[in-house]
Design a protein around this ligand. Structure first.
Ligand code: SF4
Length: 339
């Protein structure tokens, strides 16, 4: 295991989408950091901005979206690189993407081409980012396929992705993501489409590889069962903002933000009757018509007048636990409503 150190520090990140209907503030002032050797789970309902946040880290936000302000500081050797300020198609960000920071997706065919064999795609990534020859890269590809527990990797290396099962494709994508020993792996709902058994196997595999490689793992999910299994720390996101962050035990046992509390209450439990389910009331607001004040106020059982008028700042419950809610004493300067 390597010593934990900060490898990504995100400050007041804002990503907006400029559409004909108006501007969607998909990411609206996110602060977060990621440490090597640790697993941070980014959780929240669909559409709250989790995936866009992580795409911004790799400079792959799709138009009409773009980073409008903020910093994404990536600590690499003795260098600090601000990814938010790099041209998205520039050489520098391309040298980071796939080498220093890799990403795996829910759907493996997002990153695996059906036109080339699994081996060719891994070999291409290795030769693009390292000095290894094609032969050496092929050896490494077979080794990686073996590491992700693909049976008979010497044969599978020459197979096309569509010939593999969903679970095997996911393993091949993980092998490709690990091919250049990344410092950080971003996993965007990588097990959501898999059956429960395969899901458990893939999660175990990812944690074992993280331990071996000492990399940071940023895991995006809406599944709190997965979070409970793998997270060291949890960041809860709602409508483009991190509303609570703490270690996993604290989030599960002593959540402070009403949205986190509602998420936890909504988890179905074994032997629970249908009428006992407690889903979060209301819907995520239309991104073009955000409420004034706290984004969660139309759904919050504790909403006060101030919540409908002013955006809460950050409160430190303790050194490792932050929450953005008017129920707690504010220790940062508040933002203006609608800012
Ligand atoms: Fe609820 Fe107010 Fe806290 Fe928002 S700021 S979560 S509306 S209590």
């Amino acid at each position: 295991m390597t010593e934990n150190k900060k490898i990504l520090d995100v400050k007041d990140l804002r990503v907006h989408f400029f559409t004909d209907e108006g501007v969607v503030k998909a990411i609206d002032g996110v602060d977060m950091h990621v440490e090597s050797g640790k697993t941070l789970c980014l959780v929240g309902e669909s559409g709250c901005g989790k995936s866009v946040t992580c795409r911004a880290f790799l400079g792959i936000v799709q138009p009409p979206g773009r980073i409008v302000s903020g910093d994404i500081l990536f600590y690499h050797d003795d260098e600090v690189i601000n990814i938010a300020k790099l041209p998205p198609k520039g050489k520098k960000v391309r040298s980071i993407r796939g080498k220093e920071i890799s990403m795996i997706f829910q759907e493996p065919m997002t990153s695996l081409s059906p036109m080339y064999t699994v081996g060719n795609q891994i070999i291409e990534n290795i030769t693009l980012h390292t000095e290894l020859s094609k032969e050496e890269a092929r050896e490494r590809a077979i080794h990686l396929l073996d590491q992700v527990k693909i049976p008979n990797p010497g044969r599978l290396v020459d197979e096309y992705p569509f010939r593999l099962s969903g679970g095997m494709r996911q393993r091949a994508m993980i092998a490709m993501a690990l091919s250049c020993n990344p410092n950080m792996l971003i996993a965007d709902e990588p097990t959501t489409a898999l059956d429960v058994t395969t899901q458990a196997q893939i999660l175990d595999l990812m944690l074992a590889l993280q331990d071996e490689y000492g990399m940071a793992l940023l895991f995006i999910t809406h599944d709190l069962g997965v979070v409970a299994e793998i997270a060291d720390e949890v960041a809860v996101m709602y409508l483009g903002k991190i509303v609570e962050r703490a270690d996993a035990d604290t989030v599960f046992n002593s959540p402070k933000h009403p949205y986190t509390q509602a998420l936890l209450r909504s988890i179905p439990k074994i032997a629970m009757k249908r009428e006992e389910l407690d889903p979060i009331k209301g819907m995520v607001p239309n991104p073009f018509r955000r409420p004034d004040g706290c984004n969660f106020n139309p759904r919050c059982p504790y909403a006060m007048n101030v919540c409908r008028e002013r955006v809460p700042g950050i409160s430190h419950i303790n050194a490792n636990h932050t929450v953005s809610c008017w129920l707690y004493e504010q220790d940062t300067v508040e933002e203006k409503a609608g800012a």
